[in-house]
Design a protein around this ligand. Structure first.
Ligand code: ADP
Length: 628
């Protein structure tokens, strides 16, 4: 496996089955491995294309022969010409038939390959740790599933056959021209040789440039996904410009790199294209040929095949540049796709365990993103069923990281997280996600109907259950106002606001009905009405569940059963609001600081946590529909 991900090595080029004979300087292995399922069909397509390319030269040879007979032999001897005419027509038809069959076969093979690859990728991505699917991760996935698979399509369905034609046609044409007159045949090979020389100069260092090209495109892809999906969150923090900046930086970086690359190769690549241009080759052969004929070194009829086939000898060089780019792009795509396919998935337990109850217990938990720096150190924490635990602390103290361990966005580096007595690493993923749900600030809605978006956690839920949860989440009225109610497709005609999307995701969590919930409390809403609705929805969600809330504002955690203060990855204080205030420690200081900074915020009375009255109302809302 490791060798499939290794860096390009020029010595391995000749092994590449998809790029026969072309020196591309990149490793063949990922391509070979990916193309394996359709290898047989691609080989037949290559064979057919070779026949097509060879047969395509035959009519030109036949016409040259006809010209020779007409000028050299008896013009009245029509019978001698018919076999040549028949041969030309038959070869032309054969070329057409084989070329079409080759193209069709390569496309069919490629179609299957794309389907298989996309299925493999999506299956694999579905088993990756959720923490891997950050904005950066989704950019990578988008690039692999969409752009890279398309690059492979170009390679297998088009470039492969083009390259076969580009290599076969000149060889046969040149062989024939040598049989007519070896001296002029040598002259016809001059533009080709010159083109190869100039072109290889233009391509010098292209392997590293191509890698940078792919990397720069990757950065744009990541920034574009981040920009598109994260804009609402960035904006809610007043940092819309930040998301925009990264995208602009990535595109500007790409533009700079590309113009530098083009400038450095402009002269030699233009010269390469010019010397192999059919008009230039024709001009050269006409002039040299005229000298040959006037000097009686050859007959006028013998010049005809040079004028017909000469341009074909060199012309393919003109298209080789883009083809090599496509081959390199395909190879880089294969490396990325293979890389993603080999990204370790969330390990499934060897001996699965089922939780007994919903008590969450963290013992001696440490976690590091990079394997060096611990962002969580020796954390002990208990989430008692039916209680609300709020995580507070300065930004960067590890709140989100700690909360993300529970739904296994990442696995602990040291220590254990248990749910109902079972280590969550031993709980099969489907069982874990039935018990542990999460509502994040950055809501992702699918391009599907409102009902299907809510049903995500429980696809077999009835319409009544969906609506009951939507009511409890305070989104039902808004859905009913949409053009097709619950059948309205999201993301096409209708796009929900951030607050509405948040409420929809709460309805989704209500329906999924996981007894343990991780909630990243949203920090900013467009308007107070929207915020009030969200707080109502959150109260419904909290009712009767075990809740772990990442609290960004202290005012929202006063009624929590337990407040846990995190600092620099450690739990430094925990207890109830009043007790922590009385203790006069870090929490009291944070509370005071936030209260002084924003009294309106601290005293706005809005809470994601269920005040007793809220709890009753929420329980009423969902009592019938939520079988727990
Ligand atoms: P909080 O939620 O309290 O703001 P986080 O849990 O997000 O804190 O971050 C804790 C630390 O971990 C920070 O230093 C942050 O830079 C780092 N961190 C967070 N997410 C990642 C990630 N995906 N990769 C690497 N480091 C990360």
């Amino acid at each position: 496996m490791k060798s499939q991900l290794s860096e390009p090595g020029p010595d391995s080029v000749s092994e590449a089955p998809a790029t026969p004979g072309v020196g591309t300087g990149a490793p063949p292995h990922p391509l070979r491995a990916l193309a394996e399922p359709v290898r047989g069909r691609l080989a037949v397509a290559v064979g057919l294309q070779t026949v097509a390319a060879l047969a395509g030269v035959v009519p030109f040879i036949a016409v040259s022969q006809i010209a020779d007979r007409l000028t050299g032999g008896s013009p009245a001897d029509g019978d001698a010409l018919w076999p040549l005419v028949t041969l030309a027509c038959a070869a032309g038809l054969l070329a057409l038939a084989c070329g079409t069959a080759a193209g069709a076969l390569a496309h069919l093979a490629d179609n299957d390959l794309q389907l298989t690859l996309r299925r493999r990728l999506t299956r694999h991505v579905g088993r990756l740790p959720l923490g891997r699917l950050t904005d950066r991760g989704t950019g990578e996935v988008k690039q692999a599933v969409q752009d890279d698979v398309s690059a492979l399509h170009t390679l297998f369905a088009h470039t492969l056959l083009d390259v076969v034609a580009v290599l076969t046609t000149p060889v046969l044409a040149l062989v024939y021209l040598f049989t007519v007159d070896w001296r002029l045949a040598l002259v016809s090979a001059v533009p080709l040789s010159l083109g190869v020389f100039l072109f290889s100069r233009a391509m010098a260092g292209a392997a590293s440039q191509m890698a940078e090209f792919g990397a720069a495109l990757g950065r744009i892809s990541v920034a574009a996904v981040e920009f598109a999906t994260g804009i609402a969150v960035f904006k809610s923090f007043g940092r819309g410009r930040k998301a925009h900046e990264r995208f602009v930086d990535a595109t500007e970086g790409f533009a700079d790199f590309f113009s530098r690359w083009v400038r450095s190769t402009l002269v030699s690549s233009t010269a390469a294209v010019l010397v192999v241009a059919p008009a230039m080759v024709l001009l050269l052969l006409s002039m040299v040929g005229a000298v040959f004929v006037t000097q009686d070194w050859m007959t006028g009829a013998e010049l005809v095949p040079f004028l017909l086939l000469g341009p074909a000898v060199a012309a393919p060089m003109g298209v080789v540049g883009p083809r090599i780019q496509q081959i390199r792009a395909g190879q880089a795509a294969a490396v990325r796709v293979t890389g993603l396919l080999h990204t370790p998935t969330l390990p499934e337990p060897a001996t699965p365990a089922l939780p007994d109850g919903h008590h969450v217990s963290m013992r001696g938990v440490s976690f590091s993103y990079d394997g060096h720096t611990d962002v969580l150190r020796d954390v002990d924490l208990d989430l008692v069923p039916g209680t609300v635990t709020a995580l507070v602390g300065p930004s960067g103290s590890g709140k989100s990281t700690l909360a993300s361990l529970l739904p296994r966005f990442h696995d602990v580096t040291a220590g254990t997280v248990t749910l109902g007595g079972a280590d969550i690493r031993d709980v099969p993923a489907t069982e874990l996600y039935r018990r542990v749900g999460f509502v994040l600030q950055d809501v992702r809605l699918l391009r599907a109907s409102v009902a299907d978006n809510i049903r995500l956690g429980r696809p077999d839920a009835t319409d009544e259950e969906v609506q009951r949860c939507a009511r409890a989440a305070r989104i039902h009225d808004r859905v009913m106002a949409l053009p097709d109610g619950y059948a309205t497709e999201l993301g096409t005609v209708v796009t929900l606001s951030g607050g509405e999307a948040q409420r929809l995701s709460i309805a989704r969590a209500l329906l999924a009905d996981a007894p343990v919930l991780v909630l990243d409390e949203a920090t900013a809403y467009a308007d107070p009405h929207s915020e009030a609705l969200i707080q109502d929805a959150l109260s419904a969600l909290a009712a009767g569940r075990t809740l772990l809330v990442i609290a960004h504002r202290l005012s929202t955690v006063r009624s929590a059963d337990r407040i846990v203060v995190l600092e620099d990855g450690r739990v430094t204080e925990q207890g109830r609001h009043d007790d922590l205030l009385a203790a006069g420690g870090r929490y009291a200081a944070l509370w005071e600081a936030q209260r002084t900074a924003g009294p309106a915020e601290a005293d706005n009375g809005l809470s994601p946590l269920p005040a007793p009255a809220d709890e009753d109302r929420a329980a009423d809302d969902i009592r019938e529909g939520s079988a727990r």
